[in-house]
Ligand binder design. Structure first.
Ligand code: FO1
Length: 311
């Protein structure tokens, strides 16, 4: 079975890892959000790509889900002593990733090429693609003004009230090599339980992606469980946009793109509302606390897709 999964941050990376444990390398392509990317100390930082890659490689920090396990913080402490901005925590090993990526990009490599090289070095055999090789910047429009995503998320700890989002540079961006081809040639597309507004929507906004998805079988996994986001501001964003956060709200957000929808047993009371949208549904335990949970959820989603979606 050929699968494409769209993923953003930590929740997306966990399901991506579960899928990689179930599928052969040639069966899985991961398309990762790059709207969170930014320049910091002159370095190109790609948090979602790194979170997905570190997780697949078994290098991720198990406590935070982002950054590397066994990290040291000498450079950050030295920066602090110089009075430099330290709101974004860059560990010493993680810094090596950003330094080498920035060096390679300056030499003329594309982000896809650098990502492919890192995957080889880290022993990742499944295909990991950035959504685009051109820079796209997610801007969160808030009550205190427009904020680049990492400032909203990390510096302001997603406290400002959200009014909207825009993806700067998206009109000039093109899908990275292989993205549209993978979407056209797969059995199922899975939207991982990532934030719909700022992790999946930027990928959907890349020219050509929505059109390709209209011809695909798409299953989304709800990141909202019991009216709350497992991690991060997804539920708060729904509420501030004026939509009560729920599994059904996630399904409605993706609308006619979806053929199938996976949501948590905690939200089983929403079954009639979700079913009224005309979707095939799978209600299961979606919270991934361990690598075994990731694999089990991935297996259940793949079985569901085989059974209910693929003729
Ligand atoms: N998230 C935080 O909440 N605080 C941080 O200081 C932080 C640093 C960081 C460094 C490298 C990296 O790859 C990710 C990092 N993240 C941090 C996570 C990141 O902001 C989010 O996971 C994503 O951008 C959300 O999708």
């Amino acid at each position: 079975m050929k699968v494409v999964a769209l993923a953003g941050g930590v929740g997306g990376a966990k399901l991506a890892d579960g899928l990689a444990r179930c599928l052969a390398p040639q069966e899985l392509t991961l398309v990762v959000n790059t709207g969170d990317d930014f320049l910091h100390f002159g370095l190109k930082i790609c948090p979602d790509l790194d979170t997905v890659c570190y997780t697949l490689a078994g290098l991720a920090n198990p406590e935070t889900g982002w950054g590397r396990a066994g990290e040291t913080w000498n450079t950050l402490r030295a920066l602090e002593a110089l009075g430099a901005p330290t709101w974004f925590q860059l560990g010493d090993q993680d810094l090596a990733t950003h330094l080498e990526r920035t060096r390679r990009l300056a030499e003329g490599e594309t982000l896809s090429e650098v990502t492919r090289f890192f995957c080889q070095q880290w022993g990742i055999r499944h295909r990991v693609l950035p959504m685009s090789d051109q820079p796209v910047r997610t801007i969160v429009e808030t009550d205190i003004g427009d904020l680049p995503f990492q400032e909203y998320f990390v510096k302001y700890r997603f406290e400002p009230s959200v009014r909207g989002f825009r993806f700067e540079g998206i009109a000039q961006a093109t899908a990275a090599p292989g993205v549209l081809e993978a979407l056209a040639d797969c059995d199922v597309v899975i939207f991982c339980p990532s934030n719909p507004w700022v992790s999946i929507d930027p990928i959907l906004a890349v020219p050509g992606v929505r059109e390709a998805l209209l011809r695909a079988r798409v299953v989304a996994v709800s990141p909202i469980v019991g009216g709350r986001a497992l991690k991060g501001p997804a539920a708060k964003m729904f509420a501030e946009i004026g939509i009560p956060p729920s599994a059904q709200a996630v399904a409605l957000h993706y609308g006619s793109l979806l053929k199938g929808f996976v949501y948590d047993r905690a939200d089983v009371a929403e079954e009639p509302a979700v079913r009224s949208l005309g979707l095939r549904t799978l209600v299961t335990d979606t919270v991934m606390r361990s690598p075994a949970d990731r694999r089990r959820l991935a297996e259940e989603i793949l079985d569901f897709a085989r059974r209910e979606l693929i003729p």
